[in-house]
Each structure stands twice: as C-alpha cells, then as structure tokens.
Design a protein around this ligand. Structure first.
Ligand SMILES: *[C@@H]1O[C@H](CO)[C@@H](O)[C@H](O)[C@H]1NC(C)=O
Ligand SMILES: *[C@@H]1O[C@H](CO)[C@@H](O)[C@H](O)[C@H]1NC(C)=O
Ligand SMILES: *[C@@H]1O[C@H](CO)[C@@H](O)[C@H](O)[C@H]1NC(C)=O
Ligand SMILES: *[C@@H]1O[C@H](CO)[C@@H](O)[C@H](O)[C@H]1NC(C)=O
Length: 481
C-alpha cells in the first residue's frame, strides 16, 4: 500500500514538472500621474512613421522603488518620477534634470537612480560641439540630490580618437553591482578627427563615484558605423554584453569592443541601406530591452526583427569576409538568439559565405510570412523563462528599403520562451497595450513596462497623428501562471 501511494506521488510530481507555465497579463491604466506633460510619439528617422517615445523605467534592487524617466513635452528637461512598484502610482517628489534633451536609459538603486541623458555644452567651453548639439552624460541622484554628473563624450573624452556628441539619444545605461561600474552604450556623431560628420557608437564605463574609467578591451570611442540599434546588458565584470545593428549588412555581438569586425560574433545578416538596417532593434527611440540576462546565470537572450537574408554578396567596402544581402521577405519577422555567456552564441553564427543563404541560423519566433513586426523587446522572468514582445501590422506596406513599414496596427503580442530557445504555447495578444519603455523584472518575478493609454496607429506619418500630450502613464505586467 505504502509503495503504491509513493509511486502515485512520484508520478504526480512528474506530471507537475512537465506542465509548462502560461502567461497572465495585468494592466494599470493611467495609474501614474505625471507632474509635467509628455509627448508619447516620436518620428522615425527617414520614414517619419510613428514610434513610441521611450520612457526608461527601472526598479531598485530591494524592490521598493520604481523610477520612470520622461522628456518634458517642451523638448527640454527630463523628469524622473518615483513609482510604487505594486500599485504603479506616483510616490515621492519628482526630480527634474534641467537642459537634458532625452532620457536615454535609467538604473535604479536603493537610494536613488542614475540616468543617461544628453545636454548642450556652452559654445564658450573649449572644444564644445558646434551649435549646442547635446553631449551624453550620466547623472547620479541619491535621496533627490545630484551626487555627480559625468560626460561620457564631448570635450576631454577620448580626444585623440576624435570628439563625439549625440544629437539623438539612442542607447542604454546598465549597472553591474559585481563590477561596481555603469556602462553606457550610445550612438554618436564625431565633430573632430577622422570620423567628423559620421555616425557611429561608443561604449563608456563610469565607476560608482562618477569617474570615467578607460578600460582596455571594453571602452570604445568608435564601434559600429551608422549604428542603427543597440542592445546592452551588464556582466559581472567589464566588458559588458553588447550588440550593434550596423548599416553594412549585419548584427554583431561585439562584447569586448570588437565593433563591427568579424572577430566579434555575427548574430544575423540583414539587408541594409545607408544609415539603416531594418529598424531591427527598434530604430529611433528603440535600443532598450533587446538583450537580457537570465537570473543567476551567465546566459543571455536577444530579440530583434528581420526581413531575413538571401543571396550573400561580398561587401567590397568592408572587404573580404564581410557580406551584404537581399531581404527574403517584405514584412519583418521576430527572431531570438541565445548566448551561453556574454561572448558566445549558443548555436551557429550567421554565414559570411558569398552565394550562401544568409538566415539559415535564425531561430524565428514568428514563422509565417506576410505580416510586419516591429518594436521587439525581451525580459526574463527567472533562470528559465523569458518574455518577448512585438507589434504587428497584418497587411503592411513596406515602401522603404531596410526601414519600417506602415499599415493598420493589428495588436501587440507576448510570447513565452525558455532558455533552450523554444516557444512555450501561443502568444498573448493585446490591442490596447504595447511596450514603450524598459521591461523590468519585479521582485515577485513578474515583468512590467510603461506605456501611454492611447489609440496606437502605424498607418500614417507621426506628424499627421496629432497626438495629445499626456500627464498619465500606464503600466502592464506579465506574470507566469
Ligand atoms: C573615485 O574612483 C577613482 C578610480 O577608481 C579613484 O582613483 C578615486 O580615488 C575615487 N575618488 C573618490 C572620492 O572615492
Ligand atoms: C537590400 O535589398 C534590396 C532589395 O529589396 C536591394 O535592392 C539592395 O541592394 C539590398 N541592399 C544591399 C546592401 O545589398
Ligand atoms: C524587400 O524589401 C523591400 C523594401 O521593404 C520590399 O519592397 C521588397 O518587396 C522586399 N523583397 C521581398 C523579396 O519580399
Ligand atoms: C537566484 O539565487 C538567489 C541566491 O542563491 C536565490 O535566492 C534566488 O531564488 C535565485 N533566483 C532564481 C530565479 O533562481
């Protein structure tokens, strides 16, 4: 009898272990009152199509305080509002960082936050950029007071390689508790030296007291030419895990400052044009929650959108070993890649063989062709499961080579995946929430992100949307059920 009961218990346990979790969505509509107004739409580079203006979001390590950063609707001044992470309502007094032109990344600490922003430097300062073009900086606040501000480009920063500025703040900020370092990865334009007038990117490290540290094999003054998207995540020591989408034909895992060179890991072949790579990492106002590290693990997960790649040809500008490609599809599909550590892709790299198919290595999340997907993001639940989000246009018009598409927005999708790179179940669909700021894992293991409660349209240019400014922010949370 006892043996029978034991075997019954054992088989029940086996059954429980085999059941995969499912997803449960909860929204907090208009939960956060803002003290100032915010313009939720940004015009995409070149196409003028609407993108969400990113609102960086972070929760402190002790789980007690959330922070939401947003650009004032006047276009100058970033506000950082405290958020109660259980009710998603406002708490505390908002901090305003004057003169900052965009909120480019946010780290929450138990005593405050650090923001990546960009601000103009007076032209009277020696070697300041021309015409007040903003320069990226990290701002550290504790208990509502600024502790330090450190420029990560501009006068005095890697002067011998050329000076950099950031007219747009595309990039991200991360913090490693183990390394006691902030890492910032951002798009730059040089205003002195060989790369004057060209767009590229830069990786800089700043320690906890605000000192810029130049770290060999980690810091980089110039990486991917015409970086069209960044994905960045902390590691236990520098270099941190970094990915760039460039405009020559590829997406690279370039941890260790390998830029767009093939001593890095080629994640994907992409059809590109000058200054664009299919908005694979979100394009204008994207570059966040693209790469995430599993809890208590050295593994990372990356997501992007892609038209696929066929007919690899030699990229003569880059030289032997580098390729360009044609797109396989009209609309974009969502893909994911796993890395066993910050420098190693779990499965084969993308091909660089001329004449080969360029996307055989891709692990597609959406396999069907026809629709267009954009705004892909990822965050982890724990050490096993992650959530990938994207938006869809079922019947897109893709009028621009290697840019975004337009058409009627047909919903946001949320797909559960595991560390083995497998999809679990069908995606959850929602027509009234989408991701417009960082996806953050809360204390209770759920993943939350900010958005503005509005009708979202992808069928007309941003300027003809006439979107109202808002003083309310909403949040959505996904948990495992
Ligand atoms: C800040 O960090 C730098 C580099 O580690 C160090 O040299 C300096 O002494 C530190 N300053 C303070 C005030 O702790
Ligand atoms: C990208 O694909 C288009 C066709 O859609 C092609 O005309 C163009 O040459 C491709 N770009 C590159 C860099 O090969
Ligand atoms: C490649 O992309 C372009 C631009 O979006 C599109 O016009 C073309 O139809 C696509 N090619 C294929 C084979 O779908
Ligand atoms: C991660 O490790 C910590 C410390 O060992 C543990 O408390 C926590 O439950 C772990 N988290 C997961 C998701 O495994």
């Amino acid at each position: 009898m006892a043996a029978r009961i034991l075997s019954l218990i054992a088989s029940t346990a086996a059954l429980v272990a085999a059941v995969e979790p499912s997803l449960k969505l909860k929204t907090f509509v208009d939960s956060l009152e803002l003290g100032s107004s915010f313009n939720p739409v940004m015009e995409a580079y070149w196409t003028g199509l609407p993108h969400h203006r990113r609102t960086p979001f972070a929760v402190s390590p002790d789980g007690k305080t959330g922070y939401l950063a947003y650009l004032d609707s006047s276009g100058t001044g970033v506000h950082v509002q405290q958020v109660d992470p259980s009710t998603m309502a406002a708490t505390g007094t908002a901090v305003t960082i004057e003169n900052v032109k965009e909120a480019g990344g946010l780290v929450a600490h138990n005593d405050g936050f650090a923001l990546l922003g960009n601000e103009p430097i007076a032209t009277t300062v020696a070697n300041a950029p021309p015409s007040g073009t903003p320069v990226p900086a990290i701002y550290r606040y504790s208990n509502g007071e600024q502790q330090w501000k450190t420029f990560v480009a501009g006068p005095g920063v890697h002067e011998e390689d050329g000076l950099s500025m950031a007219p747009d703040m595309n990039g991200d900020l991360v913090w490693s508790e183990e390394a006691e370092l902030y890492g910032a990865y951002f798009v730059v334009t040089d205003y002195s030296g060989d790369a004057t007038g060209h767009f590229g990117d830069s990786i800089q490290y700043v320690n906890s007291n605000g000192t810029l540290e130049v770290i060999d094999g980690a810091s980089s003054s110039w990486g991917c030419s015409h970086n069209t998207g960044i994905a960045f995540e902390a590691a236990d020591e520098a270099p941190f895990a970094s990915i760039c989408a460039e405009d020559q034909g590829a997406i690279w895992l370039n941890t260790g400052a390998t830029g767009m060179m093939n001593n890095g890991v080629k994640v994907s072949n992409e059809n590109t044009t000058n200054g664009a790579g299919g908005e694979s990492l979100g394009g204008m106002s994207g570059s966040y929650s693209g790469l995430a590290r599993f809890v208590n693990s050295s593994s990372y997960i990356f997501t992007w959108v892609s038209r696929g790649a066929v007919d690899l040809t030699e990229n003569t500008w880059m030289g032997e070993g580098y390729t360009a490609s044609q797109n396989r599809t009209n609309g974009r599909r969502v893909a994911m890649a796993m890395f066993t550590d910050k420098s190693t892709k779990a499965t084969a790299q993308a091909s660089s063989t001329v004449g080969a198919s360029g996307d055989d290595q891709v692990n597609w999340i959406t396999t069907e062709i026809g629709a267009d997907r954009s705004n892909a993001h990822v965050a982890v639940f724990d050490d096993q499961y992650a959530l990938i989000s994207y938006e869809e246009i079922a019947e897109p018009s893709c009028d621009f080579i290697a840019m975004g598409c337009s058409g009627t927005f047909t919903g946001s999708y949320f797909q559960l995946v595991n560390t083995a790179g497998q999809k679990i179940g069908e995606p959850v669909k929602s027509e009234n929430t989408y991701v417009a700021g960082d996806m953050v894992t809360r204390d209770d293991g759920s993943i939350c992100w900010p958005y503005v409660n509005m009708e979202w349209r992808l069928d007309v240019p941003a300027l003809s949307l006439n979107v109202a400014e808002t003083q309310k922010m909403s949040f959505a949370c996904m948990s495992l059920a």
